[in-house]
Design a protein around this ligand. Structure first.
Ligand code: MTE
Length: 307
């Protein structure tokens, strides 16, 4: 049975961060009470419960956590490296090379590429393949609106994204942790799904360098590594592009990388996740809770094979 869910978490239903931060001590206390077998309904009842039947709240992750606990290997492999090291990235001026199967390949100035497109505010769950998660308010544009501007030719089937390659600005690229530049890709119909966005902001501010300034992909039903940061190239192709983590370890990181609690990572379970700021682990939801919006993209596909 399909259970209706909103396409995202409406910003209005999210506890404002200031309230949440103030409430943190209380939630901590509530957790302790719950562990002691005592209910704390006044605190827990104040936040939103998704309509899944599962008693899981989606409180906004504090901005401080979302901007200081990061994966951005171009600035180091530690979670606190990106914030410390990403000051060398210069997000303006910025251009995006558009090529491959589009009507008119060209290098776009980022501001021209986005000019006039509808701005979106979306609060999405963010689930890393490493089994931690957050809830983040993004600002940006729909990827489909950008693609419409680029006019893919009828033979285009995939979109490839590439991060900046510049070891001066990105010192982690002096080390061969991954094959640089970082690359990611989507099937064109996935990219056209209304949930997919190109973010330029978060928490109502310009997106910080460590989170992928000035332009970063957000595909909330997929593991976080699909959300490529600091994009400098968008290429339309008729064949599935190679992608960084899939190249590095194909048996561990698939091209599709849809959040799927029933398909474990070879080295850990994907059935549960640790929401940053919470004590107890929570259940991971199929397609990260966005099954109703994206499930049909994968109809008839064996999600164990196309993981
Ligand atoms: N993009 C680039 N260019 N380099 C990276 O190392 N890490 C990915 C993804 N995008 C990464 C990247 C991974 S593994 C995750 S989980 C998310 O970014 C983390 O995004 P966050 O730091 O905003 O939470």
């Amino acid at each position: 049975m399909l259970i209706r869910r909103p396409d995202d978490i409406p910003s209005s239903e999210i506890t404002p961060e200031s309230t949440y931060v103030n409430r943190r001590q209380f939630v901590g206390a509530a957790g302790a009470l719950a562990l002691a077998g005592l209910a704390a309904p006044a605190v827990l009842g104040a936040s939103r419960r998704p309509a899944t039947g599962e008693a899981q709240d989606d409180k906004l992750t504090p901005e401080e956590d979302a901007t200081s606990y990061n994966n951005f290997y171009e600035f180091g492999t530690g979670k606190d490296d990106p914030k410390r090291n990403a000051g060398t990235l210069r997000p303006r001026p910025w251009s995006v090379q558009v090529d491959g199967l589009v009507k008119a390949p060209k290098r776009w100035d980022l501001d021209d590429l986005l000019r006039g497109l509808a701005k979106e505010d979306k609060v999405y769950r963010h689930r890393c393949v490493e089994a931690w998660s957050m809830v983040i308010p993004w600002q940006g544009v729909r990827l489909r609106d950008v693609l419409a501007r680029l006019e893919p030719t009828p033979s285009a089937k995939f979109v490839e994204f590439t991060t900046l390659l510049d070891p001066q600005q990105m010192p982690g690229q002096r080390t061969a942790t991954l094959r640089w530049p970082y690359k990611e890709g989507l099937r064109l119909d996935e990219a056209m799904n209304p949930l997919a966005m190109l973010a330029t902001g978060m928490y109502g501010k310009t997106i910080p360098n460590q989170n992928g300034a000035p332009l970063r992909l957000v595909v909330p039903w997929k593991y976080g590594f699909k959300g490529i940061k600091s994009i400098v190239r968008i290429r339309l192709t008729d064949t599935q592009p190679s992608t960084s983590w899939n190249d590095a370890a194909a048996s561990e990181y698939g091209f599709y990388a849809n959040v799927n609690p029933t398909v474990d990572h070879p080295r850990w379970t994907q059935a549960k996740e640790r929401r940053i700021g919470e004590f107890l682990r929570r259940n991971t939801l199929m397609f990260n809770g966005y099954a109703e919006q994206v499930g049909s993209l994968y109809a008839g596909m064996d999600l164990r094979k196309f993981y």
